[in-house]
Design a protein around this ligand. Structure first.
Ligand code: ZN
Length: 378
């Protein structure tokens, strides 16, 4: 399709549906840790998909919401599908709507999960509706995960399997400013737990072995793992330990966030953590966790995809830049498998995971046009 006007008209005709549906979906609160709540959002999106001819497959889960796999276009086709990748869970607990209601102000919509990433989900459905209106039929898989905000423990294998069977992956996470994302850092989580020997700090000081002091020494070493030139950062973000100031502490732990820009650093960082040893022979160290998302590196397949998206965006009348981010997404998994992955194709806005989370209304339709153009032309 070289004349874009039918596509523009078809997507434009979806704009009021898009906004009503976005409101409906934001009003169904869906924190990752609440299965019935996430399932309610799954149910809403599944019925919307069915109404536009989508085939629904639920991957049932015990502890998380069900994983929603939707198929559009011909059931049999020589072409591989495009995988549209998103999630229905949010970081916001039930009841957040009371303090962060759905509202429109200053050209934006506000509400829990509106940017991360209920807009992206609804934009994908609107793009598919527009293509159906134009009679464009191609295999599309829309996978919506229930556990992305907690590291995708149950959905990862399904994401990876569907990605390997797809031509490419378009991730519906929010844009970075106005740019899409061609690189993301990998993410790790470690816990250091030190067990020492408790004693009375006044009566019996020398028989104690302080878990707190030992942990403090270890954290100095851990902080030294940061290497900004490699894009490697190590952040002890949580620390806890001890019981009272007059007791030599028996327990202390720290939770540490790790970000890596290079795939090769996963093993390197892990080795550094595993080589940590206590200085005080009376203390014991236990290390749990690891790297849970590989980095999405800026590989040729992704760059080629980005160039196509940039060209389509230019035809639609806007400039699409590329950016890298320190945050992870499910696109990290698909990119690490070598499947061309372009991320940040969802809404434009700000404040993901923050009280001012919002999307800019004027970008909703143009970005949906870009999604539709990608689906029609890739
Ligand atoms: Zn997200």
């Amino acid at each position: 399709m070289n004349d874009r006007s039918p596509l523009l008209a078809a997507v434009n005709s979806q704009s009021s549906w898009l906004i009503t549906t976005l409101c409906d979906l934001v009003l169904v609160e869906s924190p990752s840790d609440n299965k019935p709540a996430v399932d309610a959002a799954v149910h809403l999106v599944a019925s919307l998909a069915q109404s536009i001819g989508g085939r629904v497959k639920l991957h049932r889960q015990k502890h998380f919401g069900d994983i929603l796999e939707l198929r559009f276009g011909p059931a049999r086709s020589p072409r591989k599908p495009i995988l549209l990748l998103g999630h229905l869970d949010t970081v916001w607990p039930l009841g957040t709507l009371r303090t962060m209601p759905w509202r429109k102000r200053d050209g934006r919509f506000f509400g829990p999960g509106v940017l991360d990433m209920k807009s992206g989900v609804v934009m994908a459905l609107a793009a598919i509706r527009a293509l159906a209106q134009l009679g464009v039929s191609r295999p599309i898989t829309l996978l919506l995960n229930p556990d992305e905000e907690v590291g995708s423990p149950v959905s990862r294998p399904i994401t990876e399997r569907l990605a390997l069977a797809s031509q490419c992956v378009l991730v519906l996470e929010a844009a970075q400013g106005l740019a899409c994302k061609t690189a993301r850092k990998g993410v790790g989580d470690y816990r250091l737990h030190v067990t020492g020997v408790a004693s009375h700090s006044g009566v019996d000081f020398t028989s104690g072995h302080s878990a707190i002091l030992e942990l403090a020494r270890l954290l100095q070493t851990v902080a030294g793992f940061t290497d900004l030139r490699r894009g490697l950062t190590v952040n002890p973000g949580v620390i806890s330990g001890g019981t009272r100031s007059n007791v030599v502490a028996e327990h202390a732990f720290a939770d540490i966030d790790v970000r890596i820009a290079r795939a090769g650093d996963a093993a390197r960082v892990d080795k550094l953590f595993r080589s940590l040893r206590c200085t005080d022979p009376g203390c014991k160290l236990e290390i749990t966790g690891g790297i849970n998302r590989p980095p999405m590196e800026r590989k040729p397949g992704t760059v080629a995809l980005y160039k196509q998206a940039r060209k389509l965006a230019a035809e639609l009348g806007f400039q699409l830049d590329e950016a890298s981010t320190g945050g992870g997404s499910d696109g990290n998994f698909t990119a690490a498998l070598g499947v061309p992955t372009l991320d940040g194709l969802g809404a434009v806005g700000e404040g993901a995971h923050a009280a001012h989370e919002s999307v800019v209304i004027e970008h909703l339709v143009p970005r949906t046009m870009l999604l539709a153009a990608l689906l029609a032309n890739l």
